[in-house]
Write a protein that binds this ligand. Structure first.
Ligand SMILES: [Zn+2]
Length: 234
């Protein structure tokens, strides 16, 4: 075979030889040729060097990608953990805002009033006794209520003085409004059949009534000046 033609064929085969995909026969022929042809050998070495370099470059790129992926993996875990903590904190905060953060309901005309109702209560020995009760009604959803009562001696007349106050939260504010009959939030027994009743005065007073128990009767009764009279009668 002409050596030039031989070289041309061999060089066509060199990439396949370098990639190690030649048949055994062709591979043997190329190996044989390279032993005697310096040009083709140089060409092969150059090709192998390039392949090696490309492989190393690719490996380096893959390593970088792996490192980035690993970094992002931990970053994602960190983001997930932080998100979870924030979600829990927001949920607890929201719960507190909705449930625990109570505020006094300010008095407005027509918002709170007292109604007299007759209820029946069953006594222990089976006799039914009528009880007159006073229901304090609020035209708003309420969360809770505070009250303080005391019998005050007032010019030979005994008066049961009661201060009441109610609270709301964001939850009760945003909840659908209760029906009127559900609005009673404090029931005070006014009169039990056969037992003489006391005069009553009921005031709406914004306070949690801390320390009211320690007050003297005068101090206690003076507090009414800060409140709104809701009911007065026997
Ligand atoms: Zn050659």
């Amino acid at each position: 075979m002409n050596n030039n033609i031989d070289c041309a064929i061999i060089r066509d085969l060199l990439p396949l030889y370098a990639d190690n995909v030649l048949s055994e026969e062709s591979r043997a022929a190329v190996s044989e040729h390279i032993k005697t042809c310096e040009h083709c050998e140089r060409e092969l070495i150059q090709m192998q060097t390039e392949i090696k370099k490309t492989t190393q470059d690719n490996k380096a790129k893959i390593d970088i990608l792996k490192a980035i992926k690993k970094k992002f993996f931990w970053k994602n875990i960190l983001i997930a953990v932080i998100s979870f903590i924030i979600t829990v904190a927001v949920a607890i905060g929201g719960f507190n805002l909705f449930i625990s953060h109570t505020a006094f309901i300010e008095y407005e005309d027509g918002l709170i009033w007292v109604e007299t109702v007759n209820t029946e209560s069953l006594t222990a020995d089976g006799l039914t006794t009528t009880v007159k009760a006073l229901d304090v009604i609020c035209d708003k959803n309420i969360w809770g209520s505070y009250s303080a009562s005391r019998i005050i001696d007032n010019d030979d007349k005994k008066t049961m003085v009661t201060y009441i106050c109610c609270t709301e939260t964001l939850l009760t504010k945003l909840s659908p409004k209760h029906k009127k009959e559900d609005k009673q939030f404090i029931r005070l027994v006014a009169e039990v059949e056969g037992i003489p009743s006391l005069e009553r005065e009921i005031y709406y007073l914004i306070a949690s009534f801390d320390g009211f128990e320690e007050m003297s009767d005068d101090e206690f009764y003076t507090q009414r000046n800060n409140g709104v009279l809701l009911f007065k009668g026997g």
